[in-house]
Design a protein around this ligand. Sequence first.
Ligand code: NI
Length: 157
Amino acid sequence: MAKRKVLKYGDERLRKVAKNVADFDDDLFQLLDDMRDTMYANNGMGLAAPQVGVLKRVVIMDLGGSFFELINPEIVRCEGEQEDEEGCLSVPNFSDIVKRPEKVTVKAKDRYGYDLEISGEKYFARCVSHEIDHLNGVLYIDKSKNGKKYIEKYGKK
Ligand code: NI
């Protein structure tokens, strides 16, 4: 296991659409284990593979002790709306209010390729929406209340 470097705003890999994982193999296990080390080393609660420069649809999250590994995640149901503050390891020194669904249901695979379906609200819904956005090259500042200010300050990247 090893830490990997977290890409910061301005790196073009954060803006790419990641590809589905086809092989549930040792490379994937290594990526997941490294992402976990990287997330904890940076006190993050979620991390998407593009943030470590790997353009694959892989997300991990730790929400108060519940650890999730989601491969090829897809939101299949959304309900309601919530607004709260978010930050991102790839967008340093900033946090902002973002509108998200209140409840989501996600379909994904686990690291062995087995089907998962998870429903959650509040923080789970917020976090999984944020991480899946990363897989589509979307950062929370693209949709947050004052994100325009950040983008104006550092340039559109
Ligand atoms: Ni993020």
